[in-house]
Design a binder for this molecule. Structure first.
Ligand SMILES: Cc1cc2nc3c(=O)[nH]c(=O)nc-3n(C[C@H](O)[C@H](O)[C@H](O)COP(=O)(O)OP(=O)(O)OC[C@H]3O[C@@H](n4cnc5c(N)ncnc54)[C@H](O)[C@@H]3O)c2cc1C
Length: 450
């Protein structure tokens, strides 16, 4: 007898990057998906969202996009390769630090709204996906899989039930709030004392890039930094990360210009003086939060993914990539457990938290690397040593950045990897130093005994 697989009824809360991708993965498996998104349809209002205009896409994200058939388009027709960090010194001169000198892999700058719209558009190819915009989750009984949405157009409430509720509703997740009422749910959040503000370098008068395009440009200034990622229209999204107190002190255009003339002099002409003043004072700096919680599920009924489960600070360019990896891993578990939700959700919760905690810690560390360490000789020497051993023994020695960005090694393993590499190098240099000292002493002794 042909046993028909049960079609699960899944509600995905949040039609951002991760929710839209998850809807595609589940649609491919033949389940019924209802996607509820608080905001309007991004495909028709692309200007509607404020947060970071472009994002760095790397291997983990690419693997997920490949699974749902979107990778080739995003890489070949949209993404802009960034093959190195391009460091801007105080005097305006620049130099490049390649991301992967050995295999020449790179990260890609992609438009957030463009990618989100593309994923939503792809879901139109599946008759088993329904999309509801301007629907805000206002209440949830997760054990029953019962949700209440507010239709923000009509002010009507909508009640739905599902076999599975997936909370992909971002760092301030309403699904997670409901989950917090469960016993043994651990939660912590950390706001860092730095915020970010976005500026823009427009295209030049011929419509081209004003700076070399295939780089992630960084102005590292110790306690703070500015970065720029290229956009499809040849503009640059410039993000200034800085302590809130410093933002607060720049309260007149004279102070702002003096600050830029001191720390980022080469950027003033690129941005344009008037535009710099206008854009800087048009907005206020946004906060950055890191969230850790666990478990990610409630019985066989509800699951958190993406920023809802693990918002991280953006300095490793891994928030979206990690969220996309959640979807890939979840898909593998659907396959492994033959759609048995209790087993899938439990294994996801138990196996994923260690890696998301790890990328959260790595992202915190990378802020210090980007704004400060990259300018130090010790960092450049360590990178040269890493690159050399990686070149010599590629299967044995994978540098930290490569393992995080250009591999799918579990994030916690990336940290362990780095720890044993550090230990080995320490021993090597300690022993090397000791051997050199003994050798030197021996040579001297020989000389004077003669
Ligand atoms: C400045 C900055 C730069 C970044 N750069 C990178 C980068 O280079 N690379 C990278 O990988 N990551 C980056 N990130 C992280 C990345 O933006 C996030 O990890 C990613 O957007 C998470 O996607 P998500 O779908 O989980 O959440 P979100 O993008 O927040 O989407 C959640 C969705 O849920 C909806 N929603 C919220 N509440 C409700 C509700 N009650 N009912 C219904 N819908 C709701 C929201 O409207 C939204 O559409 C960056 C983040 C920032 C802040």
């Amino acid at each position: 007898m042909d046993i028909q697989k049960k079609q699960l009824d899944v509600v995905v809360v949040g039609g951002g990057l991760v929710g839209s991708l998850e809807a595609l993965y589940l649609a491919k498996r033949g389940h019924r998906i209802r996607l509820y998104e608080f905001r309007e349809d991004i495909r028709y209002t692309p200007q509607a969202r404020g947060r970071s205009i472009n994002l760095a896409l790397s291997v983990r994200g690419r693997r997920a996009l490949k699974d749902v058939g979107v990778e080739t388009h995003m890489i070949e027709e949209h993404g802009i390769p960034m093959k190195a960090r391009r460091i801007h010194r105080m005097d305006g001169s620049t130099y490049a630090i390649p991301y992967d000198a050995r295999t020449k892999q790179c990260i890609y700058s992609v438009g957030r709204n463009y990618l989100n719209a593309r994923l939503l558009q792809e879901s139109e190819n599946y008759s088993n996906v329904e999309r509801y915009f301007k629907h805000k989750l206002v209440e949830a009984n997760l054990r029953k899989g019962a949700l209440t949405f507010l239709n923000t157009d009509t002010n009507e409430t909508v009640h739905v039930t599902a076999d599975l509720v997936i909370g992909a509703d971002g760092a301030f997740s309403a699904v997670r709030k409901a989950m917090m009422k469960q016993p043994l749910f651990d939660y912590s959040q950390k706001y860092i004392e730095h915020g970010y503000l976005e500026l823009c370098i427009p295209p030049d008068e011929n419509g081209g890039f004003q700076m070399p395009a295939n780089y992630l440009h960084i102005w590292p200034r110790g306690e703070f930094m500015m970065i720029a990622l290229p956009n499809q229209d040849c503009s640059w999204t410039v993000t200034l990360f800085m302590p809130f107190i410093k933002f607060k002190n720049l309260d007149t255009k004279e102070k702002l210009l003096a600050f830029f003339e001191k720390y980022f002099p080469d950027s003033i002409d690129l941005i344009g003086k008037d535009k710099l003043i206008e854009d800087f004072f048009a907005g206020s700096p946004s906060p950055l939060v890191a969230i850790k919680c666990r478990p990610y599920h409630v019985e066989d009924k509800a699951l958190l993914i993406g920023d809802a489960a693990h918002a991280v600070v953006p300095f490793y360019g891994q928030g979206m990539n990690a969220g996309f990896e959640d979807c890939t891993l979840l898909d593998q578990l659907f396959q492994k457990h033959n759609d048995n939700l209790a087993e899938i959700l439990e294994e996801f919760s138990n196996s994923r938290w260690e890696d998301t905690f790890a990328i959260s810690d790595l992202a915190m560390y990378n802020y210090i690397e980007m704004r400060d360490l990259v300018t130090r000789p010790s960092y450049l020497i360590r990178k040269a040593v890493d690159d050399f051993i990686f070149w010599l023994l590629p299967n044995f020695w994978v540098p930290l950045y490569n393992s995080v960005t250009f591999s799918t090694m579990p994030y916690s393993q990336c940290i362990k990897n780095r720890e044993w590499q550090d230990r080995l190098l320490k021993k090597f240099f300690t022993f090397g130093g000791f051997a050199a000292a003994v050798g030197g002493a021996f040579a001297l002794k020989l000389k004077y005994l003669k």
